[in-house]
Design a protein around this ligand. Structure first.
Ligand SMILES: [Zn+2]
Ligand SMILES: [Zn+2]
Length: 221
């Protein structure tokens, strides 16, 4: 994503620098720095915008139900031009409308529904959980992933060795947006490497990636 892409995206949402910053939980000045290319656009923002843009991508209208569209990502969209969450073509995700019907009021702007069974077009209200914000939504997905990959929803992945472990075995460091977890020994390894070579955290992770893949045995097809 280039600074111009970011600016174009912000314009498409009709927000000024300050409003867009508020929406993201940063200052308008920070947004301005990204748009001018003075500071690199953070990864989380690129991810967020990609996700939001996908929701806006529309597929062909449903042949039998006018006003209903199946989105390319699997969501069902309903034509409702006056809705505050309508996209530029006037469509709103059906799961938003259903949550609002159940709540009896508009969903707070940061809130978003999660599909429990992972099926994005299953909008029965038993399949929807309202998340207060994107962070909480990410947490749900992280727990689901952990449960699937290691059998324990509360376990976390070490950012160095990528192995799941219980929180008792890990150190958790909270950042403003994300928190990372790691084994003490894995972090000590990095600290040693950093001291020796000046390698940054990011460089070390890239280094580990190459390193780990050397030990992976290729499975025969
Ligand atoms: Zn979800
Ligand atoms: Zn580790």
């Amino acid at each position: 994503m280039t600074p111009t892409d970011l600016k174009t995206y912000r314009f498409s949402t009709g927000r000024n620098l300050r409003q867009f910053g508020e929406y993201l939980g940063v200052t308008g000045a920070a947004v301005s720095q990204w748009e001018l290319g003075h500071t690199p656009i953070p990864k989380w923002l690129v991810k967020l915008i990609n996700a939001l843009q996908k929701i806006e991508l529309l597929e062909k209208p449903h042949p039998k139900k006018p006003g209903v569209i199946k989105h390319s990502e699997g969501y069902v969209l309903i034509l409702n031009k006056s809705h505050p969450r309508a996209n530029n073509k006037g469509y709103v995700p059906e799961h938003i409308l259903i949550c609002e019907k159940v709540l009896g009021k508009p969903l707070p702007i940061d809130a978003l529904p999660h599909h429990v069974d992972g099926k994005r077009d299953n909008n029965q209200n038993t399949n929807l959980v309202i998340c207060q914000d994107l962070d909480y939504h990410n947490l749900l997905h992280r727990r689901e992933r952990a449960l699937k990959e290691c059998g324990h929803a509360s376990w976390r992945k070490c950012c160095y060795c990528h192995k799941y472990d219980s929180l008792a075995e890990l150190v958790e460091r909270k950042g403003s947006r994300y928190s990372v977890s790691y084994h003490k020994r894995c972090h000590a390894e990095y600290a040693r490497m950093h001291k020796k070579t000046g390698m940054t955290y990011r460089e070390y992770r890239t280094y580990l990636k190459g390193h780990n893949s050397l030990f992976k045995t290729r499975s025969t097809p």
